[in-house]
Design a protein around this ligand. Structure first.
Ligand code: GLU
Length: 512
């Protein structure tokens, strides 16, 4: 029987989760659900110097908002814990020791100055990317060059050291990436990376491999920026004798800037005025507030749909996918190789679609909040009628209030362009007659209002198109919006009469 699929999302709490990280989490989640497997959230916090307070909590909140629920995490034990690397410190050392014993790793005592000097030397000799490798390690201060008793003496005296992997001199390392295909790397191009740091903490490379192994991870789905590290990881699996259970790799394509030139960064997002983080994030040092997708009015289901399409497609023209539908349709095979341009317009489009799908009751709840906050009382029935009229025109839930100001307040000003073009004696005559007819009614609905308007226009031998915009501007202050007859029906005859009087009064100087 095949092993149960187990995937992991392994962020480092070095700052807020970036939208690219959220996509990685989503793809892992979709794959796990699709395969009936487990989705593990592991916190990779071995780099104490880069630890940012609040970042871990932020990861949890962001995933929760989006409904990307882990099966195992620091908050939910599944028998493979602890799920924070800082709490697993003791586990890593033994593997570093095993590699040392087998001659696959070595102690290195070089100081920062000595490492810099080595790099300078190599640069002067025109070596493009100087490395601590099979060639240079022979002239550095490590357990390969120093006699064993000297090594032991240094360690006993408490001198700081690191443990480095001993990369073979001339070997080809191969891996079959599910997205990229075969990747072949010559070991001569690899660094003898540090596995265990002088503070006793493992580096990302060692911790990642040990944890993926111990946590029985079957598939490593992560961003393309980790592809260059993958050969080293393969080597570590070989060195540790874990080749048979080595996970399958799938490196996700980059998310590109809107113009396609390079990787999307926070700077691009700031410059183009869209969020880069799922939730608000206040930088603990600079106190700069970055507004998140949630707070900007994006619905979680729209974000999920949008992010799923940033690198994957179902192979059909269908675009609207709920989380359940994505699970059903998802496959690693349909993840593209090349980078995907980030298109915020598409995110907005998804948001509009999901807003339109909601019931008027749900949408009215958004409007109700804003209405209340502005100290206004409005009946549920009226709120539902308002959102029904506006829902084709909004992008974010907050737009109901912004776009629908005229449902709550008479115009404070009138669109100058419309007034100068359309406000005239005919419009005033129609308005007065229309007001009259409206006031004779006990209750209004859109159809009734429409026929009263028609009658008013016809009785004056005019054409509706000639005066329509003037009537709209008189009642709403603006030149465009949803069906005016519906707006009038919602406002009611007496409010409309009041607005007509106000407009005629304030715009009288414009009458030509
Ligand atoms: N801790 C790494 C990160 O922050 C995880 C990379 C991986 O998934 O192997 O992205």
């Amino acid at each position: 029987m095949e092993n149960k699929v187990r995937v992991r999302f392994a962020p480092s709490p070095t700052g807020p989760l970036h939208i690219g990280g959220v996509r990685t989490a989503l793809y892992n989640y979709l794959y796990a659900r699709k395969m009936g497997g487990d989705f593990v959230l592991r916190i990779e916090d071995t780099d104490q110097s880069r630890y940012v307070p609040g970042a871990e909590a932020y990861i949890f909140e962001a995933l929760k908002w989006l409904g990307i629920t882990p099966d195992e995490s620091p908050q939910q034990d599944g028998g493979f814990g602890p799920y924070r690397q800082s709490e697993r410190k003791e586990m890593y050392r033994q593997y570093a020791d095993k590699l040392l014993e087998e001659g696959k790793a070595y102690y290195a005592f070089d100081t920062q100055e000595e490492l810099t000097a080595m790099r300078e030397r190599l640069k002067a000799a025109r070596v493009v990317s100087p490395q601590y490798n099979a060639v240079t390690r022979t002239s550095m201060k490590n357990s390969l060059t120093l006699p064993q008793d000297k090594v032991q003496a240094r360690i006993n005296s408490g001198e700081p050291y690191v443990i480095r992997i001993k990369v073979p001199h001339k070997e080809e390392i191969r891996l079959n990436d599910q997205i990229r295909g075969w990747v072949m790397v010559h070991s001569a191009s690899l660094d003898d990376k540090v596995l265990l740091k002088s503070d006793g903490m493992p580096t990302y490379h060692l911790a990642n491999i040990v944890d993926d192994h111990l946590m029985k991870i079957t598939h490593v789905i992560r961003g393309e920026e980790w592809l260059p590290s993958a050969p080293l990881h393969v080597l570590l699996y070989q060195y540790l004798g874990w080749e048979d259970t080595m996970p399958t790799f799938a490196h996700l394509p980059l998310i590109l800037k809107p113009d396609g030139n390079g990787k999307l960064s926070k700077r691009d997002a700031d410059k183009n005025g869209f969020p880069i983080f799922p939730l608000n994030w206040e930088d603990p040092t600079t106190k700069e507030l970055n507004v998140g997708y949630k707070e900007s009015g994006y619905l979680p289901e729209a974000m999920i749909n949008f992010l799923a399409f940033l690198g994957w497609n179902p192979g059909t023209h269908e675009e609207m996918f709920s989380l359940e539908a994505l699970i059903e349709a998802f496959s690693i095979q349909r993840i593209g190789k090349s980078g995907t341009k980030f298109d915020i317009q598409k995110a907005r489009w998804f948001n509009q679609q999901y807003i339109k799908q909601k019931s008027n009751t749900e949408l009215a709840a958004y409007l109700k909040d804003d209405v209340h906050q502005n100290g206004i009382e409005a009946e549920q029935g009226m709120l539902e009628q308002i959102v029904e009229q506006l829902k084709e025109r909004v992008t974010y839930p907050g737009d109901f209030w912004k776009e629908g100001q005229y449902f709550f307040f008479p115009p404070k000003q009138y669109d100058v362009k419309v007034v100068s073009k359309k406000w005239n004696e005919d419009a005033v005559a129609v308005l007065l007659r229309f007001k009259e007819k409206l006031s004779e009614q006990r209750a209004l609905d859109g159809d009734l209002v429409r026929s009263l308007f028609q009658e008013s226009v016809e009785e004056l031998s005019l054409k509706p198109g000639k005066v329509m915009q003037a009537v709209r501007v008189a009642i709403t202050g603006v030149g465009a919006g949803p069906d005016l007859m519906q707006i009038i029906a919602i406002l009611g005859a007496s409010e409309v009469a009041h607005r007509i009087d106000q407009a005629i009064d304030q715009l009288s100087t414009h009458v030509s």
